[in-house]
Design a protein around this ligand. Structure first.
Ligand SMILES: Cc1ncc(COP(=O)(O)O)c(C=O)c1O
Length: 526
């Protein structure tokens, strides 16, 4: 039955598949759509190796692009926008920020057009083709405007149930009032750090995290992105062990800066940037025997391994839950071979999987734990890596060995303190466990009805993956859901498994609504 699903009708005259969200007044042709949607779909189709062909080009035509850049520089001797116009334009946007409620419908439509244009001309036109908000919104671009809890609204008032959660940042929901209030108050007090005086919120959040982290994890460092947390953890592991190698997992995702990218278990993100760190060895996720075998080989031939790095549940790979003995065995094996165990909790932390930390499912205490995404409460960017007093000592001799200008700023720490408070006071992990079981049960019923196209439903808590028969079908489902007002992960290039990561407090009636709309989407496609 491969690829024999019905395409959903597009544009006018849809008939019985009329999407919930049609908004014909704002009709925009995405400017960057080579060969229309089908061209992109073709590019997205697996090419035997399971990867999208454009991303395997090892080297872009560097010389050609440098020449083009020189020509463009020469052409742009006169600025496109005179300075007084830049001033006016920025003032116009300040007014919009100050008074969004004053916008007329015509002004909103203008913003839709302008946003598509400015993304294409000044940001990255690629996103226009790959984001469903433009490429798959029946050509009516959807411009993010506001949100609350598990709902998002675009500028024209279209409502979406948010099951993407910004890839896991909105565990406490969008604009949780307590977290917003903490940041607002701190903004009036002191937004960033002097870098000389001691800032109290940094200390307070470090203590709070040190007290709720597993086992003897106690000391931490703050930065802004998940990838920064991984970089710090890798440096700390090398410093402490005086060894250089890492063991990472196939399809593991740890970020896209050079160190974290070196741990990346997916060729399509690595190839263009090779050579990355050389002494990284990859093993199958969930297979502790393979980790042991790799460490044995390394020891026998004298390779130095500093740490084993893994996600408690693989997120980006599609909510892959390891066997129950995996993490306990990793702990034992790392101890036996004198290697550190790094848990990447950037996505699984703060209750996402139904426990405060992913490793709590198996009562394992890693040596270093990386946090990100939801730790900033969905309001501020915040990440951290945290370890034991003993391991941390190497950073204390010279604290400037690792530093960050904005990491641990007062606004982010206010958000982090509020996020922990909300997570504990509202028992978000407990809510995720119950809601996750309910969601998974509903999805499994749907899987039973559409077993020829839905290959697997899996997950833990509210980190859920639905695997389809192929990327093209998965993309059709995620875009069908989008048109029915449900946001889920799933791009043209990566939709074989779509991820569901809503707010941990998502009400049951919202889950029922998502299940109904998924059922409707699948019915229309099969
Ligand atoms: C497990 C994991 N680690 C690290 C990262 C990188 O985080 P960031 O995109 O904030 O750098 C991600 C991002 O999705 C992730 O899922």
């Amino acid at each position: 039955m491969k690829n024999s699903f019905k395409r959903e009708a597009k544009g006018s005259g849809r008939g019985s598949n009329e999407p919930v969200l049609a908004f014909p007044e704002v009709r925009l042709d995405p400017p960057h759509k080579p060969n229309g949607h089908n061209g992109l779909r073709a590019a997205a189709r697996p090419n035997g190796s399971g990867m999208a062909a454009p991303f395997l080009d090892r080297r872009p035509a560097v010389r050609k692009s440098l020449k083009a850049a020189a020509k463009a520089r020469a052409r742009r001797s006169v600025r496109r926008m005179p300075m007084d116009k830049v001033l006016k334009e920025s003032q116009r946007w300040l007014n919009i920020i100050d008074h969004p409620e004053r916008l007329s419908v015509a002004q909103k439509k203008r913003i839709v057009k302008e946003t598509v244009k400015s993304f294409g001309t000044y940001f990255n036109s690629g996103f226009l083709a790959y984001r469903k908000s433009v490429a798959e919104a029946d050509q009516y671009a959807s411009i993010e405007w506001t949100g609350e809890g598990s709902h998002l609204q675009d500028i024209m008032g279209r409502d979406y149930i948010d099951c993407l959660g910004g890839f896991g940042i909105y565990s406490a929901g969008i604009r949780h009032p307590k977290i917003v209030q903490a940041v607002r108050s701190q903004l009036e007090q002191m937004p960033l750090s002097s870098q000389e005086l001691l800032d109290p919120l940094r200390g307070a959040l470090a203590e709070i995290l040190g007290e709720v982290a597993p086992g003897n994890l106690q000391k931490c460092f703050f930065i802004n992105n998940g990838t920064d947390a991984i970089e710090g953890a890798m440096k700390l592991a090398r410093l402490h062990t005086e060894k250089s190698g890492f063991i990472s997992t196939l399809r593991g995702f740890h970020g896209k800066s050079y160190g974290s990218l070196s741990l990346m278990g997916k060729a399509e993100f690595r190839v263009a940037f090779e050579p990355l760190l050389q002494d990284v060895y990859f093993v199958e996720f969930g297979d502790a025997d393979e980790v042991e075998w790799q460490l044995k080989k390394a020891r026998d031939v004298g390779l130095d391994i500093a740490a084993v790095v893994a996600e408690p549940v693989q997120g980006e790979a599609g909510a892959i839950v390891p066997p129950d003995d995996y993490w306990p065995r990793l702990r034992e094996i790392c101890d036996e071979y004198d290697v550190l165990l790094i848990a990447d909790e950037v996505q699984t932390g703060m209750g996402r999987t139904g426990k405060l930390w992913g490793v709590d499912h198996w009562d394992v205490v890693p040596d270093i734990m990386c946090l990100g995404k939801a730790v900033g409460g969905g309001v501020m960017p915040l990440s951290a890596f945290i370890s034991t007093k003993e391991i941390w000592e190497v950073l204390e001799k010279n604290p400037f060995l690792h530093s960050s200008t904005f990491g641990g700023n007062a606004l982010a720490c206010a958000a982090g303190i509020a996020a922990v408070n909300v997570t504990l006071s509202e028992d978000l992990p407990g809510q995720a466990a119950v809601a996750g079981d309910y969601f998974l049960a509903g999805l499994r019923e749907i899987q039973a009805r559409y077993s020829d196209v839905v290959v697997d439903v899996r997950g833990k808590g509210l980190l859920i993956g639905i695997e389809f028969m192929d990327t093209e079908f998965g993309y059709a489902v995620s875009s069908g859901l989008f048109r029915r007002g449900v946001l889920v992960a799933g791009t043209l290039l990566n939709a074989k498994t779509i991820r569901i990561e809503p707010a941990l407090s998502i009400p049951r009636k919202e889950i029922d609504e998502v299940l109904n709309r998924l059922d409707d989407t699948l019915r229309s496609l099969t």
